[in-house]
Write a protein that binds this ligand. Sequence first.
Ligand code: UT7
Length: 345
Amino acid sequence: MLKSEPVSSVESGPEQRVRPVGIVGLGSYLPEQVLTNQDLEKMVETSDEWIRTRTGIRERRILPPDLATSDMALEAGRRALADAGVTPDQVDCIIVATVTPDTPFPSAACRVQDRLGCKRAAAFDINAACPGFLYAVTVGSQMVASGLYETVLVIGAETLSRVTDYQDRNTCVLFGDGAGAAVLRPVGKGRGLLSSVLGSDGSGADLLYQAAGGSRLPASAETLAKRQHYLYMNGSEVFKFAVRIMEEASLEALARANLTAEDVDFFVPHQANIRIIDSARRRLGVDMDRVVVTLDLLGNTSSSSIPLALDQAVRAGRIKDGDVVVAVAFGAGLTWAACVLRWGR
Ligand code: UT7
């Protein structure tokens, strides 16, 4: 009698019933200008001590006024293509995750498509706030898994400094600018995206939002005077949601990949607050030395935070071939996402 082959757990996640797809190249772009906690002490009633102990942030990057989101996305995308050994004409689709595109329309992705010279590529933006990059990875991976495309460039890029009110100490200490990119292509069996969980709860839409400048409240002298073009956040409510959802989404994604928290080699959480990260990793039972943290030097860069953290950890030689990586994020919407990847081609 033929003995049946044991089914490897990593091959049985729903995302791998079709051909496996993974990240084959990464790239980042960070503006040079640094805004420190000491700088913020001169702008609002705050202190370096409060910011460090309540958030874990020491400094963040700020984009100069003559540049916009697509400029950073372009550079991160170029670096990811070079890292993957892919030429612009091989790119089938570009997805930019952002809540701060250069203009409400057209998409930042179209500007990147033109300037990168990706002549054959479709291009669009995803607005899923901080989990936007993981939404883009999930959508792009499905495009490749289905055979529709071979190569998808996904980018998280944000200029949050343009929608941050530097008179509001509740929010201005948190956010920074930056971009990170990844190239998605078919990979070997058992590698790549093993599972993905996406979620939303629009009943929390007003906990974190930009009130003016859209169809509900178009820009006017009055909205400007009321500072409604800046983001508003109910920090403590978002905090409670974040702590719960980071654990739940990670566990659900691991279960879908037939893995447990013990299998996790690296935990790459959205970089919003060190207390949220610490609580999530404790609940999951993941040691701090397996957690990727960039928050201290970059602050919260929304959809850029996960690709920036991944790029940093891979370049530092921490994340290696075969490692199980769990990336998880939460944000405005409310939205959340968790992806489990087995690193490598
Ligand atoms: O990407 C996703 C989006 N956002 C998040 O993940 C944010 C989630 N929330 C948080 O990270 C935290 O809620 C914050 C860091 C925003 C705030 O920390 P907290 O421990 O929840 O503080 P709090 O809002 O409860 O405020 C505590 C006190 C308040 O003073 P009173 O009312 O107790 O006198 C605030 O006014 O701290 C005060 N405060 C500050 N003090 C000094 C708020 N911001 C500052 C500040 N400097 N920058």
